[in-house]
Structures are given as C-alpha cells and as structure tokens.
Design a protein around this ligand. Structure first.
Ligand code: SAH
Length: 288
C-alpha cells in the first residue's frame, strides 16, 4: 500500500527485543503452577482456533478435565505424561453435575496437580465457567481464565455470517434457548429481545426453536426474518440450513439439524451468499 510505513521484521524484532518482547519462542509464558486450575476455552471446534495460552497450558498441565464440546483432535496436543478426564455425558449415563465437576477440580488442584479445565468455545459464554470459577474461588483454589473464541462469533465466521456488519446491525444479542431446567428460558425478557437488536445469536436453541420463534413473532418480530442454523461450526462436517422465523419450528421437526448448532435470527446471514468461504477444499485441513 502506498503511504504505509514499512519495516522489516528483523528491525521490528530488534526493537521489540530491546523493549523486552521478542519472538514468540523466546517469550516466557506465565508459569502453570502446581495446585492451580486454568479454565481454558478451546474455541468452537477447529483446533487452530485455540489461543497460544491454551496451547501453552496443554504443554504444562498434569490433567485435562474436558467437556463433550471439546474437539478430541485437540487432546492429541496435550503433553505426554498428562492425564485426560472426561466430564461430559457418556453412553447414556447422566452427565456429572456441575457440583461433581467443581468438587473434582478442587480435589485435583488440592492434590497439587496443574489442572487444565478445557471447555468448548469461551468458558464464560454459556459455558458455566462463571459457576466453576466461583466454586474455586470459594475453596481458595487459585485459577486463571483463558478466554476462547465463542461459537456464536467465531463459529458464525466459518459460515460467512458476520456477527455485526454496518449495513445490517449495530447491535447483537447473545442468548440461550435452554435454561438450567431444560426449558425455554422464562426469565429473559422476550418482549424486549424481539425488537432490541436486528440480530439474535442463540446457543442451545434448536430444541425449543418453534416455541422461541412463536414467542419472538408474538412480540413483534417479523415472520420472514431469516433464520440460519449453523451446525458443527468450524469443523469439516459443518452444515448451514436456512429458514425463516415463521417456518423455523416446522423446519427443525422435519430436518433435525445436527447439533451443536447456533441459530442466527436476522439479516446477518444475508452476507453468506457472498461470504461463504469455508468450502470443501479448505475442509480437508483439520486444523482450521
Ligand atoms: N462456551 C461455548 C458454549 C457452550 S453452550 C461457546 O462459547 O461457544 C453449548 C452450545 O454452544 C451448543 O448448544 C451450541 O449452541 C453452541 N456450540 C458450541 N460449539 C458449537 C459448534 N462447533 N457449532 C455450533 N454451535 C456450537
């Protein structure tokens, strides 16, 4: 670009080294100390979407306690010698309760282990990371939070859906379609949500989509508002289905879109016709 000042990387590094920040492989990452829990977001699925701190934690932990939504391919990058503990639902057995998981994390940390608590997406976005860290704090267990790319932003990017765009929406609402009791959440203000933002990004919303769509329409949301259902975002098996608010409930019943899925209501998905970049050739690479 004309007018853009350029500099060689060599000069840049020399300058940064003088200020105490050089190359990645020369930097001292935070020490993962014994008895600590690192609550880490693994991103929506594609291994390459993990952060450097997440990768660093994998190389220095003693045990990984991971959830169902963590891509198992990522676990192959954990240092040899560490242990893997699954904390999700398995083989029809009920999943461990949040309390069981928190107790386990405390137990592992108090036995002097470096505990990597690995969660899908971002630990603080509908991931119960808030609850888990609260319990750790109360038990006096030191912890660090490593944010991750949330499926409701980074996952959508893989479907060519920008969460915001100056031509469609200056605001976006993130919400869950599912409360702790497994129902459509009653304690959200659906009336306000229906009209407050042009784009709604809904987690865990497939099961109750018909009910949610009916509630949004009753609250004044237009029936022909586009609805995109993005399944397995950022993974080679990603699928995107398009419907509209009026037909969404029926669509889900008839087509059972695979989960996990993010549901996007509003015109953000209009950009897909041009921005749908994650094609078959790119999917051959499993890192991202
Ligand atoms: N903490 C996670 C969300 C956990 S709640 C995050 O930040 O992404 C679980 C919900 O996340 C799923 O029901 C689904 O709505 C969404 N989700 C997680 N991974 C997904 C993926 N790869 N594709 C689509 N939706 C995903």
């Amino acid at each position: 670009m004309t007018g853009t000042p350029t500099k060689s990387v060599k000069d840049w590094q020399a300058e940064k080294a003088a200020n105490g920040f050089a190359r990645l492989d020369a930097e001292a990452f935070p020490i993962f100390e014994e008895g600590w829990v690192w609550l880490v977001g693994a991103g929506p699925g594609a291994p390459g979407l993990m952060s450097l701190l997440a990768y660093h934690a994998m190389q220095h932990c003693d045990v990984v306690v991971y959830d169902a939504l963590v891509n198992p391919d990522i676990l192959g990058w954990v240092r040899v010698g560490a242990e893997l503990e699954y904390a999700g639902k398995r083989g029809g057995k009920p999943s461990p309760t949040q309390k069981d998981i928190s107790i386990r994390l405390i137990e592992l940390a108090k036995s002097g282990k470096r505990v990597l608590r690995l969660k899908g997406g971002d630990p603080f976005m509908f991931g119960r990371g808030g609850e888990e860290s609260q319990t750790l704090a109360k038990a006096g267990v030191p912890f660090r939070i490593v944010p991750g790319i949330t499926s409701g932003v980074g996952g959508l990017a893989y479907a060519g859906i920008p969460a915001t765009h100056r031509d469609t929406n200056h605001a976006v609402i993130f919400l869950t379609g599912h409360d702790a009791s497994g129902n459509m959440p009653a304690n959200v203000n659906w009336q306000a949500i229906a009209t407050a933002a042009p784009v709604l990004v809904m987690y865990m919303a497939v099961k109750h989509l018909g009910e949610i769509a009916a509630t949004l329409m009753a609250a004044g949301r237009t029936a022909d508002d586009p609805v995109a259902i993005v399944s397995n975002a950022s993974l080679p098996q990603q699928q995107v289905a398009m419907t509209n608010l009026k037909e969404a409930g029926q669509f889900v019943l008839a087509n059972s879109p695979p989960t996990p899925a993010i549901v996007v209501v509003g015109h953000a998905s209009d950009w897909r016709s041009l921005l749908d970049w994650y094609g078959p050739a790119l999917r051959e690479n499993k890192i991202g």
